[in-house]
Design a protein around this ligand. Structure first.
Ligand SMILES: Cc1cc2nc3c(=O)[nH]c(=O)nc-3n(C[C@H](O)[C@H](O)[C@H](O)COP(=O)(O)OP(=O)(O)OC[C@H]3O[C@@H](n4cnc5c(N)ncnc54)[C@H](O)[C@@H]3O)c2cc1C
Length: 380
């Protein structure tokens, strides 16, 4: 794909930012399980927290080409630090919800906040409602001018001790109607009755906050409803279509980084009197890694272009998320093999890339669920 001048400039800027600001601290972010708030502020300064936010709400004005831009920025960030890329990917999904379904007051409040560096979260998953999100049981009972939320959400990105300023919660406003009785309601971090529970200890993406959210008699004004009452499930599913392109972009960045690290290592490491890059067996690994990654990139950009053109893109979003995420797991595994025992050690970044890649085929819909979606779209 050929990028426009603006897209190339944005990609270059994101790459320079990632190499300058994230590369030196990515291992610390992983080890200390925390992304410094200054990094988020710096990303806000260059427009990354407002990728899809129009100029009138403080964004950099890339809204017209938002999905391609999103792919370019998220993949560049993920090359250096997948945790930071995850924060931006989920946050951009939340921006998208406000952009498509928020009223003017909500856009002014939350999109402007996003542009200024506040971070949004999206809460659908519950302990008994993972792949089957329709089983969500958190309730938002209408009471006069308010909703009263009760229940809990789990595994929620962008909310925890270090991150998160507001969260879009999918909750039952009319439990009799199942998914047709769910609404999207925004809850600010310090709302009474809303507490952040356990921050998960994770295999990878250690820098990103992933937490349990607890709502106990949590009262928010009805003006916090996003879109229409009982249309929250539809809003969530639409948001996930766009979100999956972001997650696929994260996978691309991890694959790119693993390939670059492997090329470097193959030139340095000498065994049997020559660099291991001369070994044809390893060259074949590298060729497969690069070919699969480029195929994934083509699919991700096709999905992004379809979304930007206003065409239906559910199938492409699922295909690209499925393929790019499984590719990242495969590529990092092979890259670790190329690094031998050193790849298994924390002194080398491969070990982190391998752990970070493993989540992508799971969240925002597992690979199995992506295949369910793809087949459903094909059989329509
Ligand atoms: C690091 C992390 C961050 C996350 N961030 C968020 C977030 O910000 N917001 C949010 O709402 N959620 C978030 N999640 C939740 C995530 O989306 C779910 O974990 C995911 O959807 C899978 O649900 P589950 O873990 O309950 O697995 P289950 O649904 O219990 O799945 C178990 C297994 O069964 C398979 N399976 C289930 N149903 C089917 C089917 N119909 N056909 C074939 N196989 C099936 C699955 O593919 C999987 O292999 C996050 C999760 C993690 C780990």
């Amino acid at each position: 794909m050929h990028f426009s001048r603006e897209e190339k400039m944005l990609q270059k800027m994101a790459g320079e930012f990632a190499r300058g600001e994230l590369r030196p601290i990515a291992a610390d972010i992983d080890r200390e399980e925390r992304i410094p708030r200054e990094v988020i502020q710096k990303m806000a300064g260059v427009g990354f927290t407002a990728l899809n936010v129009p100029k009138e709400y403080g964004g950099p004005g890339l809204a017209g080409i938002s999905n391609v831009c999103k792919v370019l920025v998220i993949s560049e960030l993920a090359r250096e630090c997948a945790s930071t890329a995850e924060v931006i990917a989920v946050h951009t999904l939340v921006n998208d919800i406000f952009l498509k379904h928020g009223n003017e007051a909500q856009k002014r409040k939350y999109l402007s906040a996003a542009a200024a560096g506040k971070i949004g979260a999206f809460a659908l998953t519950e302990a008994n409602a993972g792949s089957d999100a329709s089983a969500a049981a958190t309730r938002a009972v209408p009471d006069g001018d308010d909703y009263v939320l009760d229940g809990s959400k789990c595994f929620i990105s962008n909310m925890g001790p270090n991150e998160g300023d507001y969260v879009v919660v999918i909750a039952l406003t009319d439990p009799k109607r199942g998914t047709r009785g769910m609404s999207a309601i925004v809850v600010d971090r310090n709302t009474p009755g809303f507490t952040i529970g356990k921050r998960e200890e994770k295999m990878g993406l250690r820098g990103a906050d992933i937490s349990e959210l607890i709502f106990e008699n949590c009262r928010v004004p009805k003006s916090n409803l996003i879109g229409r009452e009982n249309e929250g499930f539809k809003i969530a599913m639409q948001a996930l279509d766009g979100g999956r392109i972001g997650m696929a972009a994260q996978a691309l960045g991890i694959s790119d980084a693993a390939i670059a690290a492997s090329i470097e290592y193959m030139g340095q490491r000498v065994q049997f009197g020559k660099p291991i890059g001369k070994l044809q067996g390893l060259q074949w690994y590298l060729a497969d890694m690069a070919t699969r990654t480029e195929a994934a990139r083509a699919l991700v950009l096709e999905a992004a272009e379809a979304a930007d053109a206003g065409e239906p893109f559910t199938k492409l979003a699922s295909m690209c998320k499925y393929f790019a995420s499984e590719t990242a797991v495969w590529v990092t595994n092979k890259a670790l093999q190329i690094h031998g025992g050193y790849g298994y050690m924390r002194d080398y970044p491969l070990e982190r890339m391998y752990r970070d890649a493993r989540i992508v085929p799971i969240y925002e819909g597992t690979s199995e669920i992506q295949k369910v979606v793809i087949a459903r779209e094909l059989l329509k």
